[in-house]
Design a protein around this ligand. Sequence first.
Ligand SMILES: Cc1cc2nc3c(=O)[nH]c(=O)nc-3n(C[C@H](O)[C@H](O)[C@H](O)COP(=O)(O)OP(=O)(O)OC[C@H]3O[C@@H](n4cnc5c(N)ncnc54)[C@H](O)[C@@H]3O)c2cc1C
Length: 271
Amino acid sequence: MTWDCIVVGGGAAGLSAGLVLGRARRRTLIIDKGEPSNRFAHGIGGLLGQDGRAPQDFYADGLAELAKYPSVEHRRGEVTGGAPGFSLTLADGTTETARSIVLATGMDYVYPDVPGVAERWGKTAFHCPFCHGWEVQDRPLFVLDPTEFGPDRAKLLSAWSDDVTLLTAHPLELRDDEIVLADGTTHPCGGLLIGVRLSQRSGLAALLGVEAREPNPMFEDGLAIDERFGTTVPGVFAAGDLTGTPPSVASAVASGSMAAAMAVHALVLAN
Ligand SMILES: Cc1cc2nc3c(=O)[nH]c(=O)nc-3n(C[C@H](O)[C@H](O)[C@H](O)COP(=O)(O)OP(=O)(O)OC[C@H]3O[C@@H](n4cnc5c(N)ncnc54)[C@H](O)[C@@H]3O)c2cc1C
């Protein structure tokens, strides 16, 4: 069977796309590896109606909503290959074909390898003050950003605390409630804001012939999309972090919805 649409990735953008495709009665397959970028976070900060909700609960509710739509299948898996036309290969060796694709695979958030950060990522170590600043407000906060953007990042964080220190050298360790700086001194620390770089999680878009934008300070290779969420390849749409728009669950939900609506337009008008 050829699907009307395959959605690759079932995070906020992919599930939102699947919902719109299902409500439009399109035969839709969502293939998801199940590793949304915010899975480490204590909660989703700043999403209307879901503020502070545990990400796992949010995705579970999204899946439950999708289950109401019989034309949508959600499958746990990883797409490892793709060819124009469109044919996708999964890690289990199976192949699926579709008339259109929505790419929603998110991005890798690359942060410096500082001991203690990985365990606290999405909690007291974070890249986005709008997501996590509220939870650490009025505590002593640190910003790790050796680039020219460090001073602006530190200024922004002052919206959440009067006690903000910019670090241009990597600290030795982040611990609960304190940080060990490069000079060996230990200081009280309620949160560490880290400048990150986002890059594609795989070469799938490139295999499909989809072009990326020029790198910018935050995004290495966000996909180029037009105002209809179409990529440089007709029939391939994209939504969420991988398009290089400022990352948030709200914008991923919105762009997934719009990309799916545009895919439905294209499918129906092509008949
Ligand atoms: C630690 C952290 C905390 C955050 N906290 C917040 C917050 O509080 N509030 C907020 O608004 N935003 C927050 N964000 C940002 C927000 O999580 C993202 O902007 C949003 O989740 C992006 O949604 P997405 O659907 O584009 O990608 P993702 O949520 O990353 O979902 C992509 C999905 O695609 C799957 N996938 C990838 N490649 C393949 C493949 N080849 N085949 C099949 N499946 C694949 C992945 O496993 C994943 O399940 C946070 C980000 C991080 C890293």
